[in-house]
Design a protein around this ligand. Structure first.
Ligand code: DHB
Ligand code: MG
Length: 219
């Protein structure tokens, strides 16, 4: 399809099924004003995360890569009032934008932002209650590390979602030298061979372009 046609369909699906939301739109605007990159998930994918939280009955969510908390708000709305999200963000400036966005959206009390590189922060979460849903959307070079932690901090039945598994088709290129793409490939290979996971992946073609999400179950 032409870019026009797929964007028109994304607009149609977003208008029809997702609609408008002041807090989410304010979060995107605040993120832009603060100079953060516009790489939050598309609205249809934010709603997918919200629905996965509800379908799985998630109470405890782990997010790796907060950015401005756009996806965090979507997931926070999909868990019960006593549910909790732990979201890990390496950039303190991003975490500040995220905190304001979460509070404005009225979900601030459900969300703890941990500032630091996830590979350093995640070991500190060991020994807590397991997470029911894990969303991995940070530096792609570390996806295998994050998937290992998702299994360790989850339990059989935990749902794991990995963002950006398509990247305009580049993830299918075995000769790629892009470290983010290589990290994504290694993550998908781990999902395929690691007996702790059963997984699939869906290509997406939305306003963010041609990309995709992997969806896995901890078995
Ligand atoms: C990009 C998009 C993402 O959703 C992300 O998590 C990281 C990078 C990008 O388009 O570069
Ligand atoms: Mg992403």
């Amino acid at each position: 399809p032409t870019p026009d046609a797929w964007r028109r369909l994304d607009d149609y699906l977003t208008e029809t099924l997702v609609g408008h939301d002041d807090a989410l739109e304010a979060a995107v605007a605040a993120q832009e004003t603060a100079g953060l990159p516009a790489i939050e998930v598309a609205p249809v994918n934010g709603k997918l995360l919200n629905l996965l939280a509800r379908i799985s009955g998630a109470r405890r969510v782990l997010e790796i890569g907060t950015l401005g908390a756009y996806s965090t708000i979507w997931m926070a709305r999909g868990i019960p009032d006593d549910g909790r999200i732990v979201t890990v963000e390496a950039e303190p400036v991003n975490a500040g934008v995220a905190r304001a966005n979460l509070d404005r959206a009225g979900v601030g009390e459900k969300v703890e932002i941990l500032i630091g590189r996830a590979a350093d922060v995640l070991p500190g979460l060991e020994g807590g209650e397991p997470f029911d849903l894990v969303f991995i959307d940070a530096d792609k070079e570390s996806n295998t590390i994050y998937l290992d932690w998702a299994a360790r901090l989850g339990r059989p039945g935990t749902v794991v979602v990995v963002d950006n598994i398509g990247r305009g088709g580049e993830v299918a290129n075995p000769a790629t030298e892009n470290p983010q793409v290589i990290g994504t490939q290694r993550g998908l290979e781990l999902l395929a061979r690691d007996p702790r996971f059963d997984a699939t992946a869906l290509q997406t073609l939305d306003r963010k372009g041609w990309d995709g999400v992997a969806i896995a179950l901890v078995v």
